[in-house]
Design a protein around this ligand. Structure first.
Ligand SMILES: Cc1ncc(C[n+]2csc(CCOP(=O)(O)OP(=O)(O)O)c2C)c(N)n1
Ligand SMILES: [Mg+2]
Length: 396
């Protein structure tokens, strides 16, 4: 007998109302990834809204250019690291556009573009990846959590926020983004389990881009699909073509509506592909073939949308040029602002570490303050002191 049993705190038998679910079908995901672009519309359903198609198109064109620009900035030393979402723009943009203003987004490090498409400043969003101590934007005002680097830890946060909103009677939903590799984390399990038990208004979007750095999905899981994992938690799973922005938008909008109405969480797996390396520090040719990449380039999210719009007479050469020029203007603005030297205070190294400074940190801070003051008085380039930015006169 365990200690818990002795104290009567643990009841090994399930509660009397518990029954194994004999019909998991309503929870099972789509047999094939759900598609809208280039697919037959089921009878009785309308064609995707023209205005939505145009908005998605402008955003994916902008997103592709944003990714290129951010990657270029890593080569110029202006950005420490950039995990590109080229090839995944449909997921990024659809996620942002499916949210209502009061909803919350919980992104991972790869989801800069989703935050930009939600309306955040493209430069502020890069603060962490630039190496700043702050993530750059007002989380509460934007309702976008910080871009999360520890895998899957954003998921329990999303569930907690959604659960709290429900308790308060607040009509909001949370959308949490995670990668295929992130689904192997304990946080993924804990988040999904609690979300289903509490019927929290949260939607999980797994961007299955084929790899966790160099580890292919086949080495990550033996599940029939990542969306199937939903069944084990007692929530609905959906499988969607992650390069089809309209399909992802439709599936997420429906799942978020259901969540807000008390219908519980959904796990959405979007099948997509990372066309670039994991980050600028990775060499993807070491673990995948050019043929594989080419095959995915033929299913490019930007081209898929463009073909649909052209086919429906909603886009002509002038519109394509206009979208490209708008993206170019935004990229130029971002480049120009990222090329300005940031105003940094070296003393910030010691701030925001502990609520109460340790003795060692105090000593180190004093030392740095003295060194900065000395450098200001005797600059290495021989100019007289006082030309600095007052960093020696540290704020703290
Ligand atoms: C808890 C934790 N373990 C390991 C890492 C190192 N790491 C960074 S990215 C990554 C791969 C993640 O792959 P996936 O979840 O598929 O996301 P993707 O990068 O493909 O978007 C790993 C293992 C980390 N950031 N956090
Ligand atoms: Mg991945």
């Amino acid at each position: 007998m365990t200690v818990l049993e002795q104290h009567g705190a643990y009841t090994p038998a399930p509660p009397p109302s518990w029954r194994p679910r004999t019909a998991p079908e309503p929870l099972l995901p789509d047999a094939e990834p759900y598609r809208v672009l280039g697919a037959e519309r089921p009878e009785g359903t309308e064609a995707p809204d023209a205005e939505l198609l145009r908005r998605l198109y402008a955003a994916v064109v902008d997103g592709r250019r944003y990714n290129e620009q951010a990657t270029a900035l890593t080569k110029q030393g202006r950005l420490a690291v950039y995990p590109s979402s080229t090839g995944q723009e449909a997921c990024q943009v659809a996620a942002a556009l499916a949210l209502r203003e009061r909803d919350w987004l919980f992104p991972s490090y790869r989801d800069t573009l989703a935050a930009v498409a939600r309306g955040l400043d493209p430069v502020e969003v890069l603060s962490l990846l630039r190496g700043d101590w702050h993530h750059g934007y007002d989380t509460r005002a934007a309702r976008v959590a910080p871009l999360c680097t520890p895998l899957a830890t954003q998921l329990p946060h999303a569930v907690g926020l959604a659960h709290a909103a429900r308790i308060k009677g607040d009509d909001v939903a949370a959308l949490a983004l995670v990668g295929d590799g992130g689904t192997s984390e304990g946080d993924f399990h804990e988040a999904l389990n609690f979300a289903a038990v509490w019927q929290a208004p949260v939607v999980f979007l797994v961007q299955n881009n084929g790899f966790a750095i160099s580890v292919p999905l086949a080495k990550q899981t033996a599940a029939p699909s990542l969306a199937h994992k939903a069944v084990g938690y007692g929530m609905r799973g959906r499988l969607v073509d992650g390069n089809d922005a309209v399909a992802v938008h439709e599936v997420l909008t429906e799942a978020l509506d259901r969540a807000r109405q008390g219908g519980g969480p959904t796990l959405v797996e979007a099948v997509t592909y990372r066309l670039e390396a994991h980050t600028n520090a990775d060499d993807a040719t070491r673990y995948r073939t050019d043929d594989e990449v080419s095959a995915w380039r033929a299913h490019d999210p930007v081209t898929l949308l463009e073909s649909e719009l052209r086919g429906r007479g909603l886009l002509d050469e002038a519109d394509v040029r206009e979208a490209a020029e708008a993206a170019e203007r935004r990229a130029a603005d971002m480049r120009e602002r990222m090329n300005r030297d940031p105003e940094l205070d070296p003393m910030d190294l010691f701030a925001h570490v502990f609520a109460e400074q340790t003795a060692q940190l105090r000593a180190q801070a004093d030392q740095l303050r003295a060194e900065l003051a000395a450098a200001e008085e005797h600059p290495a380039d021989g100019t007289a002191g006082g030309s600095g930015n007052g960093r020696g006169e540290a704020r703290r």
